[in-house]
Each structure stands twice: as structure tokens, then as C-alpha cells.
Design a protein around this ligand. Structure first.
Ligand code: ZN
Ligand code: ZN
Length: 315
């Protein structure tokens, strides 16, 4: 039963004293039954959280009552539990980790989910998935291009390469990510490289799933919280990925039990037990191993969870 609401939101807006805003947030959340991960910087706020219907509502009202955040759009999903180990509100220099300056004001055109679906069906566009490889591996729009990048800090180079491979003046690009924030900046970078027709999915895959279900989508959506992977339409999703040991169908991620490795890897229940939670044979031999409890699945490592995430933007 969905007792909790899951909120995902961001807004680019000038915050002159982000540290003070971090304090305000912490003060607001004190003694409330909420969990989340919220980043605040000079350029805005990016958050994901869960709480009861009442708590979620009061937070949304509280945030919107501040003029700087009045236009914030919340993507609202449901869950049977709080999806983060605790509430964490932190200052971040950048909401999306990037080595090159980019401005959301120069980003691509926002496309609502219904229009996005029509555009996919037209076949006229290059569809670009700007999430990490471990995210796109378990689910993506059919036919999307997933840039082969180790980290998306390298996106500027990829954009440059793409502009040399295709004609940036004639190639229309549709870009998507989880909740939309990464596209805000990556689409601006693509435009800087000469691409003229750049579109970004408004509200990301989360909003698309809420409005259009899983049309043209396959697999699950990777999320940066305890759920790790969710079907985008709330129904069952057939895995498109497989166990890294035996090739059995699997979309369950684990962090390697070697504390100095922590690599995310896909495994089926029997292989992960046999490997004692390790990603490879050599990791099994090291002294600093977390004990692996097969019954606990991939949940207990929450503190070490998702160390591969580049910036934690979750967008
Ligand atoms: Zn297996
Ligand atoms: Zn490992």
C-alpha cells in the first residue's frame, strides 16, 4: 500500500546564501517522518524525498511559499516506505557535475510526455539517453543512443564528437534523463556545439511514466534511492539486462562487498550468494569485505549504496 509520497523536483534559481537555505530546510524537517536527499547550491535546489501525504503536502506548500521556489514542479509518485535511509540536506557547488559552464536558460525546448511520445513515433529524431551506463543498462527508450561514457563529466567531449559525426544543423535531438535536471544543462552544451533542434523530456522518465506509462520504454528505471530500480508505470517490467556471472535475466544491482571496490553489478540471486556479494573473484579475496546476507537482498548496504553515482543529482 502506498502510504508514502515520493517527491522529485528541482529548480534553477539564484540562492545567494545556500548554507542558510540548508539550515532552513534542516529546521523544517526536524522531527518529521521524512527521508530524502536534497542538494542546494547558488544555482538552485535539487531534491528527492518521501513522506506521508500530509508531510509531503506541507513541504510542497512551505517550499512554494518562498518566491524563489514558487515555480518549482514536483513529480509525485507513491511508495510503501520511506525511500532513503534518512533525510540529508547538503550544500553542493554544482547541482549537476560538469567541468564546463552551462546555463539552463540556454537549454533545449521542453517537451511534455504526450508530445514526446508522438515525436518518438515520428522516427525523425536522434534519441539521446544522458544517464550513466549502469542506468540505461536496465531500462531505456527503445532505440535510444546511450553515450559510452565512464562519467558524464565527459559529456562536453561527447557532444563535440557527436557534432562531427552527424550534421548538427540537420539532426534533431531528443534528450532525456531520470527527472529532467541533467538535460537542462547537457542540452545547453549540445546547442553550444551547433545543434539547433534540441528537445528535452519535461520531468524526465519519471513524469513520462506517470502520464504515458511504458509506451516505447523497455526495462526499469534506475533511481538513486533504496528502491534502486522501479517499473515506470507501476506495473511489472521484463528485465532487459542479465546477471554478470551466468547471463540469467536480472535487473537487480548490488554494490560489491569489497569495501574498496563498491562497484555496482547486476546479479541473479544464486550467483550473488555464491560470490558472497562480490563483483569478481579477486574482490572475494580481500580482507575488507562486508558480510553478505542473501536474505537481506541489496538493501543493507544503504550507506555505501550507489557510490558510483557521479554527482548524486538523481536527475
Ligand atoms: Zn547468475
Ligand atoms: Zn568488486
Amino acid at each position: 500500500d502506498a502510504m508514502y509520497q515520493v517527491l522529485a523536483y528541482y529548480i534553477f534559481t539564484e540562492i545567494t546564501d545556500p548554507h542558510k537555505e540548508v539550515k532552513n530546510h534542516k529546521q523544517f524537517f526536524k522531527d518529521r517522518d521524512v527521508s530524502g536527499r536534497i542538494y542546494i547550491s547558488e544555482e538552485g535546489i535539487n531534491g528527492q524525498m518521501s513522506g506521508s501525504l500530509e508531510e509531503a503536502k506541507s513541504y510542497m506548500e512551505w517550499l512554494r511559499s518562498d518566491l524563489r521556489f514558487a515555480r518549482v514542479k514536483f513529480k509525485i509518485d507513491e511508495s510503501s516506505e520511506n525511500i532513503f535511509p534518512r533525510m540529508s540536506v547538503k550544500y553542493r557547488e554544482q547541482l549537476v557535475a560538469l567541468d564546463e559552464k552551462a546555463s539552463a536558460q540556454e537549454g533545449g525546448e521542453h517537451v511534455p510526455p504526450a508530445k514526446w511520445k508522438e515525436m518518438l513515433e515520428s522516427g525523425e529524431y536522434l534519441v539521446l539517453d544522458v544517464r550513466n551506463d549502469y542506468e540505461s543498462a536496465i531500462g531505456h527508450f527503445k532505440g535510444a543512443i546511450t553515450p559510452p561514457l565512464k562519467t558524464f563529466r565527459e559529456f562536453p567531449e561527447y557532444a563535440q564528437k557527436l557534432s562531427e559525426e552527424v550534421d548538427p544543423e540537420k539532426t534533431k535531438v531528443m534528450m532525456y534523463c531520470t527527472g529532467g535536471i541533467r538535460c537542462e544543462l547537457y542540452s545547453a552544451l549540445l546547442k553550444k556545439r551547433g545543434f539547433q533542434d534540441v528537445y528535452q523530456l519535461d520531468g524526465g522518465v519519471i513524469q513520462y511514466g506517470l502520464e504515458e506509462g511504458s509506451a516505447h520504454w523497455e526495462g526499469k528505471l534506475f533511481v538513486f534511492d533504496d528502491r534502486l530500480a522501479i517499473p515506470i508505470d507501476g506495473k511489472e517490467a521484463v528485465p532487459i539486462s542479465s546477471c554478470s556471472f551466468c547471463e540469467a535475466s536480472s535487473d537487480t544491482y548490488y554494490n560489491c562487498a569489497n569495501m574498496d571496490c563498491n562497484t555496482l553489478f547486476l546479479a541473479c540471486p544464486s550467483c550473488v550468494e555464491e560470490e558472497r556479494g562480490c563483483c569478481c573473484e579477486s574482490c572475494k579475496e580481500v580482507p575488507r569485505l562486508r558480510p553478505f546476507d542473501p536474505k537481506a537482498g541489496n538493501k543493507p548496504f544503504r550507506k555505501k549504496h550507489l557510490l558510483m553515482q557521479e554527482c548524486g543529482c538523481g536527475g
